[in-house]
Ligand binder design. Structure first.
Ligand code: DQA
Length: 148
């Protein structure tokens, strides 16, 4: 099984960026932790990060070749129709993840333009949100395989 992990704007600054909200782990630290869990699960992960909306769209399009996608679209979550359109176009099963609990933050962050087309949303567990996203997506895909 091969999955994409796509990260949006400013997530390259994790570790130093508003650590009181996003924690002290860098994206590389998170990648190492999630890759370790993926190895245990026998899953291959391809990581992408872009500070540009088009870069995130490109990575989502690229994920069409994979079995699934873990997506933290960062601020694009709250308003990017091009990211939503890319997800609809590739139709790859995906889990939306956030480090912070977006539903407990400013009103503009409480809405997601992609949550309704995701398998599910995991928010508020810090770096662990990625691990939970991975485990949930793998369970979902394996169950689907078994029943398909
Ligand atoms: C975020 C939440 C977004 O509102 C914010 O713009 C981010 C990170 C999160 O992981 O908590 O950049 O997606």
């Amino acid at each position: 099984m091969r999955l994409f992990v796509v990260n949006g704007p400013n997530l390259n600054l994790l570790g130093t960026r508003e650590p009181q909200i996003y924690g002290s782990q860098s994206l590389d630290d998170i990648q190492r932790m999630v890759d370790d869990r993926a190895k245990e699960l026998g899953v291959e992960l391809e990581w992408r990060q872009s500070n540009h909306e088009g870069g995130v769209v490109d990575s989502i399009q690229e994920s069409a070749s994979a079995d699934g996608l873990i997506l933290n679209a960062a601020a694009l979550t709250h308003g990017s129709l091009s990211v939503r359109d890319a997800l609809l176009a590739v139709d790859v099963p995906f889990v939306e993840v956030h480090l912070s609990n977006i539903f407990a933050r400013e009103p503009e962050r409480r809405k997601s333009v992609m949550a309704d087309i995701a398998i599910g949303v995991i928010a508020g567990f810090g770096a662990k949100s990625y691990v939970l996203g991975l485990e949930s997506l793998v369970d979902y895909l394996r169950l689907r395989e078994g029943s398909g």
